[in-house]
Design a protein around this ligand. Structure first.
Ligand SMILES: *Cc1c(COP(=O)(O)O)cnc(C)c1O
Length: 447
Protein backbone atom coordinates (compact mmCIF):
# COMPACT_ATOMS: atom_id res chain seq x y z
CA UNK A 1 0.00 0.00 0.00
CA UNK A 2 1.25 3.43 -0.95
CA UNK A 3 1.68 5.69 2.07
CA UNK A 4 -0.34 8.91 1.87
CA UNK A 5 1.64 12.07 1.29
CA UNK A 6 2.18 14.20 4.36
CA UNK A 7 3.46 17.71 4.14
CA UNK A 8 6.56 18.34 6.29
CA UNK A 9 6.33 20.42 9.46
CA UNK A 10 8.66 21.75 12.11
CA UNK A 11 7.09 21.39 15.49
CA UNK A 12 7.93 22.43 19.01
CA UNK A 13 7.76 19.41 21.31
CA UNK A 14 5.16 19.39 24.01
CA UNK A 15 3.49 16.43 25.63
CA UNK A 16 0.02 17.83 25.96
CA UNK A 17 -2.27 17.70 28.95
CA UNK A 18 -2.99 14.33 30.41
CA UNK A 19 -5.87 13.50 32.67
CA UNK A 20 -6.23 10.43 34.84
CA UNK A 21 -7.42 8.47 31.80
CA UNK A 22 -4.36 9.35 29.76
CA UNK A 23 -4.32 11.37 26.57
CA UNK A 24 -7.67 12.93 25.92
CA UNK A 25 -8.50 12.18 22.34
CA UNK A 26 -8.12 8.82 20.78
CA UNK A 27 -6.43 9.10 17.41
CA UNK A 28 -7.65 5.74 16.21
CA UNK A 29 -8.91 6.16 12.68
CA UNK A 30 -12.54 5.29 12.00
CA UNK A 31 -12.84 3.75 8.57
CA UNK A 32 -16.39 2.47 8.79
CA UNK A 33 -19.72 3.07 10.51
CA UNK A 34 -21.68 -0.03 11.49
CA UNK A 35 -19.71 -2.06 8.97
CA UNK A 36 -20.12 0.31 6.01
CA UNK A 37 -16.90 1.98 4.89
CA UNK A 38 -16.67 5.76 4.83
CA UNK A 39 -15.27 5.52 1.27
CA UNK A 40 -18.37 3.67 0.15
CA UNK A 41 -20.73 6.09 1.89
CA UNK A 42 -19.06 9.13 0.33
CA UNK A 43 -18.92 7.50 -3.09
CA UNK A 44 -22.64 6.72 -3.05
CA UNK A 45 -24.07 9.73 -1.22
CA UNK A 46 -21.46 12.47 -1.37
CA UNK A 47 -19.75 14.55 1.28
CA UNK A 48 -20.74 16.09 3.62
CA UNK A 49 -23.10 13.35 4.72
CA UNK A 50 -25.08 12.68 7.87
CA UNK A 51 -25.18 9.03 8.90
CA UNK A 52 -27.53 7.57 11.50
CA UNK A 53 -27.19 4.17 13.12
CA UNK A 54 -30.51 2.43 13.69
CA UNK A 55 -28.83 -0.12 15.94
CA UNK A 56 -27.47 2.58 18.23
CA UNK A 57 -30.85 4.34 18.54
CA UNK A 58 -32.55 1.10 19.52
CA UNK A 59 -29.76 0.23 21.94
CA UNK A 60 -30.00 3.66 23.59
CA UNK A 61 -33.76 3.52 23.81
CA UNK A 62 -33.87 0.01 25.23
CA UNK A 63 -31.25 0.68 27.86
CA UNK A 64 -32.92 3.94 28.95
CA UNK A 65 -36.27 2.18 29.19
CA UNK A 66 -34.68 -0.64 31.16
CA UNK A 67 -33.06 1.87 33.53
CA UNK A 68 -36.50 3.21 34.43
CA UNK A 69 -38.82 0.23 34.22
CA UNK A 70 -36.65 -1.94 36.42
CA UNK A 71 -37.05 0.70 39.12
CA UNK A 72 -40.61 1.89 38.67
CA UNK A 73 -43.81 0.08 37.67
CA UNK A 74 -45.29 2.45 35.08
CA UNK A 75 -42.96 4.17 32.61
CA UNK A 76 -43.56 5.76 29.22
CA UNK A 77 -41.09 7.52 26.93
CA UNK A 78 -42.22 10.18 24.46
CA UNK A 79 -39.82 11.05 21.64
CA UNK A 80 -38.88 14.74 21.64
CA UNK A 81 -39.47 15.58 17.98
CA UNK A 82 -37.40 18.76 17.92
CA UNK A 83 -34.27 16.79 18.83
CA UNK A 84 -34.44 14.97 15.49
CA UNK A 85 -37.68 14.85 13.53
CA UNK A 86 -36.56 12.98 10.47
CA UNK A 87 -39.52 10.66 9.95
CA UNK A 88 -37.38 7.51 9.82
CA UNK A 89 -35.83 8.43 13.16
CA UNK A 90 -39.25 9.08 14.73
CA UNK A 91 -40.53 5.77 13.37
CA UNK A 92 -37.70 3.87 15.05
CA UNK A 93 -38.68 5.40 18.39
CA UNK A 94 -42.38 4.72 17.77
CA UNK A 95 -41.63 1.11 16.81
CA UNK A 96 -39.83 0.77 20.12
CA UNK A 97 -42.96 1.98 21.90
CA UNK A 98 -42.28 5.66 22.32
CA UNK A 99 -45.06 8.24 22.20
CA UNK A 100 -44.49 11.60 20.50
CA UNK A 101 -43.62 14.85 22.28
CA UNK A 102 -44.10 17.88 20.04
CA UNK A 103 -43.72 21.61 20.52
CA UNK A 104 -45.32 23.09 17.42
CA UNK A 105 -48.19 22.62 15.01
CA UNK A 106 -46.08 21.15 12.25
CA UNK A 107 -44.40 18.72 14.64
CA UNK A 108 -47.87 17.71 15.80
CA UNK A 109 -48.90 17.06 12.21
CA UNK A 110 -45.70 15.08 11.63
CA UNK A 111 -46.57 12.82 14.56
CA UNK A 112 -50.06 12.26 13.13
CA UNK A 113 -48.56 11.52 9.70
CA UNK A 114 -46.18 9.08 11.39
CA UNK A 115 -49.22 7.15 12.59
CA UNK A 116 -49.07 8.10 16.26
CA UNK A 117 -52.56 7.92 17.79
CA UNK A 118 -53.85 11.21 19.16
CA UNK A 119 -53.84 10.23 22.82
CA UNK A 120 -50.16 9.29 22.57
CA UNK A 121 -49.08 12.74 21.46
CA UNK A 122 -47.92 15.21 24.08
CA UNK A 123 -48.36 18.77 22.86
CA UNK A 124 -45.92 21.11 24.60
CA UNK A 125 -44.71 24.60 23.78
CA UNK A 126 -45.80 28.19 24.34
CA UNK A 127 -47.20 28.81 20.84
CA UNK A 128 -50.14 26.58 19.96
CA UNK A 129 -52.46 28.09 17.36
CA UNK A 130 -56.23 27.89 17.65
CA UNK A 131 -56.61 25.37 14.84
CA UNK A 132 -53.80 23.26 16.28
CA UNK A 133 -55.42 23.22 19.72
CA UNK A 134 -58.76 22.35 18.11
CA UNK A 135 -57.20 19.37 16.40
CA UNK A 136 -55.46 18.30 19.60
CA UNK A 137 -58.74 18.50 21.54
CA UNK A 138 -60.55 16.44 18.92
CA UNK A 139 -57.74 13.86 18.91
CA UNK A 140 -57.71 13.64 22.72
CA UNK A 141 -54.02 14.49 22.76
CA UNK A 142 -52.32 15.49 25.99
CA UNK A 143 -52.17 19.27 25.87
CA UNK A 144 -49.57 20.75 28.19
CA UNK A 145 -50.58 24.28 29.10
CA UNK A 146 -47.83 26.85 29.20
CA UNK A 147 -49.54 30.05 30.37
CA UNK A 148 -52.85 31.54 31.52
CA UNK A 149 -53.65 32.96 28.08
CA UNK A 150 -53.47 29.47 26.68
CA UNK A 151 -55.60 28.14 29.52
CA UNK A 152 -58.28 30.73 28.78
CA UNK A 153 -58.11 30.01 25.08
CA UNK A 154 -58.49 26.30 25.70
CA UNK A 155 -61.50 26.84 27.95
CA UNK A 156 -63.17 28.90 25.22
CA UNK A 157 -62.37 26.32 22.56
CA UNK A 158 -63.72 23.45 24.64
CA UNK A 159 -66.95 25.38 25.22
CA UNK A 160 -67.24 26.13 21.52
CA UNK A 161 -66.58 22.52 20.52
CA UNK A 162 -68.58 21.15 23.48
CA UNK A 163 -65.73 18.74 24.04
CA UNK A 164 -63.48 17.84 26.93
CA UNK A 165 -59.71 18.26 26.77
CA UNK A 166 -57.06 16.11 28.44
CA UNK A 167 -54.45 18.43 29.81
CA UNK A 168 -51.43 18.86 32.02
CA UNK A 169 -49.73 22.01 33.16
CA UNK A 170 -46.08 22.68 32.69
CA UNK A 171 -44.54 23.65 36.01
CA UNK A 172 -41.25 25.46 36.53
CA UNK A 173 -39.49 25.52 39.85
CA UNK A 174 -36.26 26.07 41.66
CA UNK A 175 -34.27 22.86 41.37
CA UNK A 176 -30.92 24.38 42.22
CA UNK A 177 -29.84 25.01 38.60
CA UNK A 178 -29.48 28.60 37.52
CA UNK A 179 -30.72 30.44 35.62
CA UNK A 180 -34.10 28.81 36.32
CA UNK A 181 -36.00 28.04 33.13
CA UNK A 182 -38.96 29.99 34.46
CA UNK A 183 -40.10 31.28 31.09
CA UNK A 184 -41.91 28.01 30.40
CA UNK A 185 -45.01 26.99 32.29
CA UNK A 186 -46.33 28.11 35.66
CA UNK A 187 -44.05 28.79 38.58
CA UNK A 188 -44.40 26.52 41.58
CA UNK A 189 -42.94 28.68 44.32
CA UNK A 190 -45.07 31.74 43.62
CA UNK A 191 -48.26 29.63 43.51
CA UNK A 192 -49.03 30.36 39.84
CA UNK A 193 -49.09 26.61 39.27
CA UNK A 194 -51.57 26.13 42.10
CA UNK A 195 -53.75 28.96 40.82
CA UNK A 196 -53.80 27.31 37.39
CA UNK A 197 -54.72 23.95 38.90
CA UNK A 198 -57.60 25.46 40.87
CA UNK A 199 -58.86 27.20 37.76
CA UNK A 200 -58.73 23.94 35.82
CA UNK A 201 -60.50 22.08 38.62
CA UNK A 202 -63.40 24.55 38.45
CA UNK A 203 -63.91 23.85 34.77
CA UNK A 204 -65.99 20.82 33.80
CA UNK A 205 -64.47 20.53 30.35
CA UNK A 206 -60.83 20.31 31.41
CA UNK A 207 -59.43 17.05 32.75
CA UNK A 208 -56.14 17.59 34.54
CA UNK A 209 -54.30 14.36 33.83
CA UNK A 210 -50.73 15.24 34.55
CA UNK A 211 -48.04 17.57 35.80
CA UNK A 212 -45.10 18.32 33.56
CA UNK A 213 -41.69 19.91 33.86
CA UNK A 214 -38.60 20.16 31.70
CA UNK A 215 -36.06 21.85 33.90
CA UNK A 216 -33.01 22.19 31.66
CA UNK A 217 -30.81 20.35 29.22
CA UNK A 218 -27.49 18.51 29.43
CA UNK A 219 -27.72 18.57 33.23
CA UNK A 220 -24.49 17.44 34.83
CA UNK A 221 -25.96 16.23 38.11
CA UNK A 222 -28.97 14.10 39.02
CA UNK A 223 -29.97 16.36 41.85
CA UNK A 224 -32.15 18.83 39.89
CA UNK A 225 -34.24 15.96 38.49
CA UNK A 226 -34.53 14.48 41.95
CA UNK A 227 -35.78 17.80 43.33
CA UNK A 228 -38.17 18.20 40.40
CA UNK A 229 -39.56 14.70 40.89
CA UNK A 230 -40.08 15.36 44.59
CA UNK A 231 -41.71 18.75 44.05
CA UNK A 232 -44.02 17.47 41.30
CA UNK A 233 -44.98 14.53 43.52
CA UNK A 234 -45.77 16.89 46.39
CA UNK A 235 -47.89 18.99 44.06
CA UNK A 236 -49.77 15.90 42.86
CA UNK A 237 -50.40 14.82 46.46
CA UNK A 238 -51.65 18.31 47.26
CA UNK A 239 -54.09 18.08 44.33
CA UNK A 240 -55.44 14.87 45.83
CA UNK A 241 -55.62 16.14 49.41
CA UNK A 242 -57.08 19.60 48.80
CA UNK A 243 -59.00 19.24 45.54
CA UNK A 244 -59.72 15.49 45.32
CA UNK A 245 -57.96 15.50 41.97
CA UNK A 246 -55.93 12.39 41.14
CA UNK A 247 -53.02 13.10 38.91
CA UNK A 248 -52.52 10.24 36.45
CA UNK A 249 -49.01 11.05 35.30
CA UNK A 250 -45.88 12.96 36.15
CA UNK A 251 -43.85 14.01 33.11
CA UNK A 252 -40.26 14.80 34.07
CA UNK A 253 -39.30 16.05 30.58
CA UNK A 254 -35.81 15.50 29.18
CA UNK A 255 -32.49 17.06 30.08
CA UNK A 256 -30.20 14.04 30.45
CA UNK A 257 -26.76 14.69 28.97
CA UNK A 258 -25.39 12.81 26.00
CA UNK A 259 -21.82 11.50 26.04
CA UNK A 260 -20.50 14.56 24.25
CA UNK A 261 -17.71 16.77 25.58
CA UNK A 262 -19.10 20.08 26.73
CA UNK A 263 -16.74 22.93 25.84
CA UNK A 264 -14.76 24.11 28.83
CA UNK A 265 -15.17 20.93 30.85
CA UNK A 266 -12.12 18.83 31.55
CA UNK A 267 -13.10 15.19 31.26
CA UNK A 268 -16.77 15.68 30.52
CA UNK A 269 -17.88 12.24 29.50
CA UNK A 270 -16.33 10.42 32.42
CA UNK A 271 -17.92 12.56 35.10
CA UNK A 272 -21.49 12.98 33.87
CA UNK A 273 -24.13 10.77 35.49
CA UNK A 274 -25.49 7.78 33.59
CA UNK A 275 -29.18 7.33 32.76
CA UNK A 276 -29.26 4.65 35.46
CA UNK A 277 -28.25 7.25 38.01
CA UNK A 278 -30.92 9.66 36.79
CA UNK A 279 -33.45 6.84 36.91
CA UNK A 280 -32.49 6.02 40.50
CA UNK A 281 -32.83 9.64 41.64
CA UNK A 282 -36.14 10.26 39.89
CA UNK A 283 -37.88 7.02 40.75
CA UNK A 284 -36.76 7.05 44.39
CA UNK A 285 -38.08 10.59 44.77
CA UNK A 286 -41.50 9.52 43.46
CA UNK A 287 -41.58 6.20 45.32
CA UNK A 288 -40.74 7.95 48.59
CA UNK A 289 -43.19 10.81 48.13
CA UNK A 290 -46.09 9.09 49.86
CA UNK A 291 -48.37 7.87 47.06
CA UNK A 292 -50.38 4.78 47.96
CA UNK A 293 -48.88 1.99 45.82
CA UNK A 294 -52.00 1.57 43.68
CA UNK A 295 -52.09 5.30 43.01
CA UNK A 296 -48.53 5.73 41.80
CA UNK A 297 -48.65 7.99 38.77
CA UNK A 298 -47.39 6.97 35.33
CA UNK A 299 -43.88 8.34 34.85
CA UNK A 300 -43.34 9.96 31.45
CA UNK A 301 -39.89 10.91 30.12
CA UNK A 302 -39.16 13.07 27.11
CA UNK A 303 -35.44 12.44 26.83
CA UNK A 304 -34.02 13.81 23.58
CA UNK A 305 -30.29 14.22 23.13
CA UNK A 306 -29.27 11.34 25.42
CA UNK A 307 -31.11 8.87 23.18
CA UNK A 308 -29.79 9.93 19.81
CA UNK A 309 -26.60 11.96 19.96
CA UNK A 310 -24.21 9.02 19.66
CA UNK A 311 -26.28 7.46 16.87
CA UNK A 312 -25.43 10.32 14.50
CA UNK A 313 -22.23 10.96 12.50
CA UNK A 314 -21.21 13.69 10.12
CA UNK A 315 -18.74 12.78 7.40
CA UNK A 316 -16.89 15.68 5.83
CA UNK A 317 -13.87 16.35 3.66
CA UNK A 318 -10.88 18.64 3.62
CA UNK A 319 -11.13 21.48 1.10
CA UNK A 320 -7.79 23.11 1.84
CA UNK A 321 -5.04 23.75 4.39
CA UNK A 322 -3.56 27.13 5.08
CA UNK A 323 -1.30 29.07 7.44
CA UNK A 324 -2.88 31.86 9.41
CA UNK A 325 -1.16 35.18 9.96
CA UNK A 326 0.31 34.05 13.28
CA UNK A 327 1.67 30.83 11.85
CA UNK A 328 -1.06 28.54 13.08
CA UNK A 329 -2.30 25.77 10.86
CA UNK A 330 -5.87 25.89 9.59
CA UNK A 331 -7.96 23.38 7.75
CA UNK A 332 -11.06 24.27 5.76
CA UNK A 333 -13.73 21.62 5.74
CA UNK A 334 -16.76 21.24 3.50
CA UNK A 335 -19.17 21.67 6.41
CA UNK A 336 -19.37 24.37 9.04
CA UNK A 337 -21.74 25.74 11.61
CA UNK A 338 -24.48 25.45 8.99
CA UNK A 339 -24.55 21.71 9.63
CA UNK A 340 -22.97 21.45 13.05
CA UNK A 341 -24.98 23.76 15.23
CA UNK A 342 -23.90 21.90 18.36
CA UNK A 343 -20.26 22.89 17.78
CA UNK A 344 -21.31 25.97 19.76
CA UNK A 345 -21.38 23.83 22.89
CA UNK A 346 -19.43 20.68 22.22
CA UNK A 347 -15.87 19.76 21.44
CA UNK A 348 -16.98 16.87 19.26
CA UNK A 349 -14.77 13.87 18.89
CA UNK A 350 -13.38 14.04 15.36
CA UNK A 351 -11.62 11.08 13.72
CA UNK A 352 -9.65 10.58 10.60
CA UNK A 353 -10.71 7.75 8.34
CA UNK A 354 -7.31 6.22 7.67
CA UNK A 355 -4.04 5.76 9.51
CA UNK A 356 -1.51 8.56 9.35
CA UNK A 357 1.88 8.79 10.98
CA UNK A 358 2.05 9.72 14.64
CA UNK A 359 2.65 13.39 13.85
CA UNK A 360 -0.12 15.79 14.68
CA UNK A 361 -0.42 19.52 14.50
CA UNK A 362 -2.58 21.97 16.42
CA UNK A 363 -5.13 23.06 13.87
CA UNK A 364 -8.16 25.33 13.65
CA UNK A 365 -11.07 23.82 11.76
CA UNK A 366 -13.07 26.21 9.60
CA UNK A 367 -16.22 25.57 7.62
CA UNK A 368 -16.84 26.64 4.02
CA UNK A 369 -19.11 29.59 4.75
CA UNK A 370 -18.06 33.12 3.87
CA UNK A 371 -18.56 34.16 7.43
CA UNK A 372 -15.83 34.72 9.96
CA UNK A 373 -17.59 32.90 12.78
CA UNK A 374 -17.75 29.68 10.79
CA UNK A 375 -15.36 27.84 13.10
CA UNK A 376 -15.94 24.23 14.00
CA UNK A 377 -13.05 24.05 16.43
CA UNK A 378 -10.52 26.63 17.54
CA UNK A 379 -7.94 24.05 18.48
CA UNK A 380 -7.62 20.37 17.76
CA UNK A 381 -4.64 18.06 17.38
CA UNK A 382 -4.96 16.34 14.04
CA UNK A 383 -2.65 14.42 11.73
CA UNK A 384 -1.52 16.16 8.57
CA UNK A 385 -4.61 15.90 6.45
CA UNK A 386 -4.58 16.49 2.73
CA UNK A 387 -7.14 18.00 0.42
CA UNK A 388 -9.88 15.43 -0.22
CA UNK A 389 -9.24 13.42 2.95
CA UNK A 390 -12.34 12.54 4.93
CA UNK A 391 -13.04 13.00 8.61
CA UNK A 392 -15.86 11.80 10.84
CA UNK A 393 -17.52 13.93 13.51
CA UNK A 394 -19.07 11.80 16.23
CA UNK A 395 -22.20 12.23 18.35
CA UNK A 396 -24.09 14.65 16.17
CA UNK A 397 -27.51 12.93 16.22
CA UNK A 398 -29.23 15.48 18.46
CA UNK A 399 -30.38 18.91 17.29
CA UNK A 400 -28.03 19.30 14.31
CA UNK A 401 -30.49 17.81 11.82
CA UNK A 402 -33.22 20.15 13.03
CA UNK A 403 -31.22 23.32 13.61
CA UNK A 404 -29.11 23.09 10.47
CA UNK A 405 -29.35 26.08 8.19
CA UNK A 406 -29.51 26.49 4.50
CA UNK A 407 -27.09 29.41 4.33
CA UNK A 408 -24.66 29.53 1.40
CA UNK A 409 -24.69 25.73 1.24
CA UNK A 410 -27.60 23.34 0.77
CA UNK A 411 -28.28 20.67 3.34
CA UNK A 412 -26.70 17.33 2.39
CA UNK A 413 -28.12 13.82 2.31
CA UNK A 414 -28.91 11.84 5.44
CA UNK A 415 -28.58 8.07 5.38
CA UNK A 416 -29.69 5.46 7.89
CA UNK A 417 -27.69 2.28 8.38
CA UNK A 418 -30.12 -0.42 9.43
CA UNK A 419 -29.42 -3.30 11.80
CA UNK A 420 -28.18 -5.46 8.94
CA UNK A 421 -25.76 -2.75 7.79
CA UNK A 422 -27.91 -1.87 4.79
CA UNK A 423 -27.77 1.81 3.88
CA UNK A 424 -30.98 3.76 3.21
CA UNK A 425 -31.23 7.32 1.94
CA UNK A 426 -33.69 8.95 4.36
CA UNK A 427 -33.34 12.57 3.27
CA UNK A 428 -32.25 13.63 -0.17
CA UNK A 429 -29.65 16.37 -0.53
CA UNK A 430 -31.29 19.73 -1.15
CA UNK A 431 -31.05 21.34 -4.57
CA UNK A 432 -31.46 24.83 -5.96
CA UNK A 433 -34.81 23.73 -7.40
CA UNK A 434 -35.92 22.81 -3.85
CA UNK A 435 -34.93 26.26 -2.63
CA UNK A 436 -36.44 28.11 -5.58
CA UNK A 437 -39.72 26.20 -5.40
CA UNK A 438 -40.90 28.56 -2.66
CA UNK A 439 -40.00 31.81 -4.37
CA UNK A 440 -42.22 33.90 -6.58
CA UNK A 441 -41.04 36.75 -8.78
CA UNK A 442 -43.44 39.67 -9.42
CA UNK A 443 -44.00 40.05 -13.18
CA UNK A 444 -42.22 43.41 -13.41
CA UNK A 445 -39.05 41.74 -12.11
CA UNK A 446 -39.14 38.79 -14.46
CA UNK A 447 -36.01 38.53 -16.60
C1 LIG B 1 -36.31 19.94 24.06
C2 LIG B 1 -37.26 19.29 24.98
C3 LIG B 1 -37.06 17.98 25.43
C4 LIG B 1 -35.80 17.18 25.12
O1 LIG B 1 -34.74 17.72 25.84
P1 LIG B 1 -33.28 17.01 25.97
O2 LIG B 1 -32.53 17.94 26.84
O3 LIG B 1 -32.72 16.91 24.60
O4 LIG B 1 -33.49 15.68 26.60
C5 LIG B 1 -38.03 17.42 26.24
N1 LIG B 1 -39.14 18.10 26.60
C6 LIG B 1 -39.36 19.37 26.19
C7 LIG B 1 -40.60 20.08 26.61
C8 LIG B 1 -38.44 20.01 25.37
O5 LIG B 1 -38.65 21.27 24.98
Amino acid sequence: MKQPYERPIIKKMHTGLMDKFGRQNSKEPVSDIEGVTIEQLVENYGSPLFVISEKQIRRNYQSALRAFNTRYPKVQFAWSYKTNYLNSVCQIFHQEGSWAEVVSGFEYQKAINNGVVGHQIIFNGPDKKEEELTLAIKNQSLIHIDHFNELDQLIQLCQLLKQKAKIAIRVNMDTGTYPIWDRFGFNLENEQAWTAIKKIKENQLLELQGLHCHIGTFLLSTQPHEIAARKLSELALRCKAELQLSIKYLDLGGGFPSKNNLKGTYTGIDSIPTIDEFATSITEAILNAGFPTEELPLLILESGRALIDDAGYLIGSVIANKRLSDGRSATILNFGVNLLFTSNWYDHHISTTKAYSEYTEATTLFGPLCMNIDVIRQHIELPLLNKGDHIVVHKVGAYNMTQWMQFIQMRPAVVLIDQKSKVHLIRKPETLAYLDSHEQIPTHLNP
